[in-house]
Ligand binder design. Structure first.
Ligand code: ZN
Length: 185
């Protein structure tokens, strides 16, 4: 559980640290507001993707299932600035599938934590591989990082793309070509 008192305290210190007057009207409610906001944007700390991947349905054939353009918002753990973009998730079922919204919920669970895009991509793939028991998974994330665009080298519009393959996607190139074909449709 998020400790709101600690967050409020920390935000007060942070504002003082940059030389602000924490008692001026506009800032008075800010620490409490940020504490409530952090409870939401870091809600993935208390969640497990297993809950979403537990409800399954049997299928006759194991054709590739893809959910693309899943919009996500996360926080870079190096700067605590947002990175956001789209996730594309494809998997090969092993006789069982999950509801499509559950793939989006799985992405969201891992997004709502202090994150690295590379790790998040792996975590999504591993969850679907291990918790759903898929025969193969391919996950691609494309995101813009505010720590790249509003500070440092300031490259607005640049996107970071990460891609992870597991199981049959690692050994079967035609499945990978299917992924890109479905992605470009
Ligand atoms: Zn960063």
């Amino acid at each position: 559980m998020v400790n709101k008192e600690k967050i409020e305290e920390a935000v007060k210190l942070l504002l003082e640290g940059i030389g602000e007057d924490v008692n001026r009207e506009g800032l008075k409610e800010t620490p409490a507001r940020i504490a409530r906001m952090y409870e939401e944007i870091f809600s993935g700390m208390d969640e497990s993707s297993e809950i979403f991947l537990a409800k399954r349905f049997h299928v006759e054939n194991n054709d590739v299932v893809m959910e693309k353009d899943i919009v996500f918002y996360s926080m870079c753990e190096h700067h605590l600035l947002p990175f956001y973009g789209k996730a594309h998730v494809a998997y090969i079922p092993n006789g069982e599938v999950v509801g499509l919204s559950k793939l989006a919920r799985t992405v969201e669970t891992f997004a709502k934590r202090p994150q690295l895009q590379e790790r998040m991509t792996n975590q999504i793939a591993d969850a679907i591989m291990e918790q759903l028991g898929a025969k193969g998974v391919m996950v691609m994330l494309e995101a813009e990082h505010m720590c790249m665009t509003m500070r440092g080298i300031k490259k607005p519009g640049s996107r970071t793309v990460t891609c992870v393959k597991r199981g049959e996607f690692e050994t079967n190139d035609s499945l990978v070509r299917d992924f890109y074909r479905m992605l470009s449709k």
